[in-house]
Design a protein around this ligand. Structure first.
Ligand code: GAL
Length: 813
């Protein structure tokens, strides 16, 4: 490959005519007609293998999400050293207690039109869980290690053009390979890219915006191509599709182009204004179009400065971030864009401005959505380097694959304006010792080589060790996981002049569940395996949200936080990893169904500065607790409020700085329960009434209430509506303790896809159309078909009147 050199011979004299030969690039998604079978079937790679009795599935597909949940699947006797455990004990549900372990095959057939000798075909996987081995027409075309990586192979030589091709993929998930539910199978998209031999390299374009002012922005586009002596024409369009500028360059004896364009009065990308431009890049041989790609990008400037912190487009701001694992609750790991969109919207409404893909490569869909919706992104890569956390973890691949994995991560995603930081690792045990320091440097150098524009962090939990070894000092951004007591010392010791809360809080709670007495507690366990939503329970290594708020608010050098986690996820049921049944996390600000827990409103009251927040907890249905102390908390954007129980004032509470909780929550600790009405009046800074909220003790459940996140879907066979189902009494008051068993039917041009109630101890299966309410609620996912029209979700439960909701689907959207 020739070295990069500018070929910006501005060919204004040579305005290249676009005479395109047929279609120069075709991207064919391999979604349907896959055959799937679990097991090690040795001959499944062969062309004439008979797969007719295998299950037919659609990709993205997660073979394990259909269960059943089984305690034995991931039972382990281990000491989780990262959690500070010294003695081994029996753990269950760490990886979701779902059957993801084992081998499996996917097979499909596809036709390719007759290829010209100057064409080639790439086979692209956006992730395959895991250790994929890929066979085409009986020949092995390649393999990969890490299940989260994007990778591709050139399959031109193995292809049979103009006739049927047989693609077979072998996957293998080992036990003890993950600390959470990894999913299983072809859980992200697979596609074929048919293009010319002389073409733009896969992930070969790198767009940066090095100079920005209000008058103009420079856009630098580096493009790697195959084939010499070609020319490149790049045209930039604004978000409405209007052409802004273009540049044509001639590549003399080179395959790499560097172009610089200028955009007058640029619209800058930010969470408030996620403005996207499109670069249309066309490669020509003389007048013949060889290849073309369209890349969305944003114009934005990021800076990380000592004692000043992070700024976006010149404005200092903090990360109001959350960590997310990749599973989508009831859908498992199978990627689905509408589920991702809903997840991000719920979080954005809370005031989130940044997402961390813990602890691996994000899906490309998630990045597209973050670009569009205005969420900054911390793209992570690994949970392990060369030293093991789990016996069969990434350490097995580190030597061979770490660099390749980072290269693919960066090249595939670097044009997303949402990404503002990379992470090379999370709490890697390599934080101890000299070798780890070398690895940290090596990985950071690979990131810098591939992308000199973004800094690199590591989420560190061994803060003392990294202060001594130089590990923390070499990072672009020192990230602290928890360890609030070490922030000051780390700031003093590390040279960077700022600290990131790369992972914070790990507070645990179950939606709608409250425990008494109400007190701060570490690793607290109850007989029902639930955690209290008074939001005072945390882990031995973690803390409460308010402790982080203090640091965020009082220390200008803390550049933000990423809360563990935005949504609950499958696996890691701390503090109940020794209690069965418990198979999903309690850490989420929202539960596994995406329903907000109370904590949602605590974060919202601080983070969403556009909207008022006034939220009361607990619910007020405490039959049997009459006369007993039942504290009431209010999460509000206001400073003070007065609480009334059945009209009687419980006094005014005002936020004050005595404890972190007093600073961020209004708490009436001595309220005695009596059924009726809780009313709160919030006051503005002048002491005037600003907002009122009431909740009531609900009577008997009378009606099923259905609320959908959207009523119109795309008729593409994948789009989803999320319908929240709850019970209300005859006055419309929600019944917060209802656990009725319900069943679901979808009629018309759609189907029942899944259901989830957010109960971490439930063993009911997500894909079956029956489930019990948990704390009075659950969410049903209705999926569109390829046909336009109406569909109807019907919900029934014993002793309840049937309820239904109509949805439509259309091809246009
Ligand atoms: C962190 C870890 C996360 C998760 C979390 C639970 O130490 O990075 O992956 O395990 O603890 O609190």
């Amino acid at each position: 490959m020739n070295c990069i050199r500018t070929c910006a011979l501005l060919l204004y004299t040579l305005i290249l005519p676009v005479i395109s030969i047929a279609q120069v690039r075709e991207v064919k998604e391999l979604k349907t007609n896959w055959k799937f079978q679990k097991g090690p079937e040795k001959s499944a790679y062969q062309i004439d293998f008979n797969d007719s009795d295998w299950e037919t599935v659609q990709v993205p597909h997660d073979w394990a999400i259909y269960g059943p949940f089984d305690k034995e699947i991931d039972k382990q006797t281990v000491a989780i050293i990262q959690n500070g455990e010294e003695k081994a004990s029996e753990k269950t549900g760490r990886t979701g207690a779902l059957p993801y372990i084992g081998e499996a095959w996917y097979r499909t057939h596809f036709d390719i039109p007759k290829l010209h000798k100057n064409q080639k075909v790439l086979l692209l996987f956006e992730g395959a869980m895991s250790e994929p081995k890929i066979f085409l027409n009986g020949e092995k075309v390649g393999e990969w290690g890490y299940g989260y990586s994007y990778f591709y192979f050139d399959i031109t030589d193995e292809l049979l053009s103009n006739q049927e091709n047989t693609l077979a993929v072998h996957l293998q998930n080992r036990g003890l390979s993950s600390r959470w539910y990894p999913g299983a199978g072809l859980y992200r998209n697979v596609s074929l890219i048919i293009k010319n031999q002389e073409s733009i390299e896969q992930w070969g374009s790198f767009i940066t915006t090095p100079k920005i002012s209000s008058e103009k922005a420079s856009v630098n586009i580096k493009t790697k191509t195959h084939g010499e002596n070609n020319s490149l024409l790049t045209t930039i369009y604004n978000s409405k599709g209007k052409e802004i500028t273009s540049i044509a360059s001639k590549g003399l004896n080179t395959e790499e182009f560097e172009q610089e364009l200028f955009i007058p009065t640029p619209q800058l990308w930010s969470p408030e204004n996620p403005y996207l431009y499109t670069a249309h890049t066309q490669l020509f041989k003389e007048e013949q179009l060889l290849d073309e790609i369209k890349t969305k990008f944003g114009i934005r400037e990021i800076k990380y400065e000592a004692h000043k912190g992070f700024s976006l487009n010149g404005e200092v701001r903090k990360f109001k971030g959350i960590c997310l694992h990749h599973d989508l609750g009831p859908l498992g790991a199978a990627i689905n864009k509408s589920a991702l969109r809903r997840q991000l919207q719920i979080l954005k409404d809370m005031g989130v401005n940044a997402v961390r893909s813990s602890h691996n490569m994000p899906s490309l869909e998630q990045l597209e959505l973050c670009d569009e919706m205005g969420l900054m992104f911390l793209a992570e890569s690994f949970d392990e380097w060369a030293v093991a956390k789990v016996d069969s973890g990434y350490h097995r691949f580190f030597e061979e694959y770490a660099e390749k994995d980072i290269v693919n991560l960066v090249r595939a995603t670097r044009n997303h304006p949402c990404i503002v930081m990379w992470s090379s690792g999370n709490e890697v045990p390599d934080q101890w010792g000299k070798e780890g320091v070398k690895r940290a440097q090596f990985l950071q150098d690979v990131f810098h080589r591939e992308d000199p524009t973004r800094p690199v962090t590591v989420g560190m939990d061994q803060v003392k060790a990294t202060m001594e070894s130089g590990f923390g000092a070499l990072l672009d951004i020192p990230g602290l996981n928890y360890r609030v007591h070490l922030y000051e010392e780390a700031y003093e010791t590390f040279p960077q002049g700022f600290i990131l809360g790369s992972e914070t809080a790990s507070t645990v709670s179950s939606r709608g569940i409250y425990k008494f007495p109400v007190e701060k507690a570490m690793m607290k366990k109850y007989d029902d395996s639930q955690s209290s939503s008074y939001d005072l329970e945390y882990c031995s290594w973690s803390n409460l949200p308010d402790d982080d708020f203090v640091l965020q608010d009082d220390k200008p050098w803390v550049i933000g936080e990423f809360v563990w986690t935005g949504f609950d996820y499958l696996g890691e049921p701390t503090p109940y990893d020794q209690a069965w049944p418990s198979r999903s996390s309690y850490f989420g600000i929202c539960d596994l169904a995406g329903l907000p827990k109370d904590r949602y409103f605590l974060y919202k009251s601080r983070w969403n500065t556009e909207e008022e927040t006034l939220h009361i907890l607990p619910h007020w249905n405490w039959e049997g607790r009459e006369g007993e102390t039942t504290p009431v908390f209010v999460y509000t954007s206001y400073d003070s409020a007065e609480l009334f129980v059945n009209g009687k004032s419980m006094g005014i509470q005002k936020k004050h700085e005595q404890t972190p909780q007093n600073r961020y929550r209004l708490m009436w600790m001595d309220v005695k329960y009596q059924p009726g009405t809780l009313k709160v009046i919030a006051f503005n800074e002048n002491g005037e009434e600003a907002a009122v909220k009431e909740i009531h003790t609900a009577g008997a459940a009378q009606q099923i209430l259905l609320e959908t996140d959207r009523s119109s879907l795309r008729a593409n066979g994948e789009d989803l509506a999320f319908v929240t189902v709850s019970l209300v009494d005859k006055h419309g008051n929600p019944c917060p303790t209802a656990t009725n068993a319900l069943s679901f039917t979808v009629q018309g041009k759609g189907s029942f896809r899944a259901v989830c109630n957010g109960d971490a101890t439930s063993l009911e299966l997500f894909h079956l159309p029956n489930m019990k309410l948990f704390s009075g609620k659950l969410v049903v996912l209705v999926q569109s078909s390829h046909e336009e029209g109406e569909m109807k979700l019907i919900v029934e439960g014993e002793g309840l009147q049937k309820a239904s909701i109509r949805l439509t689907s259309t091809k246009k959207h």
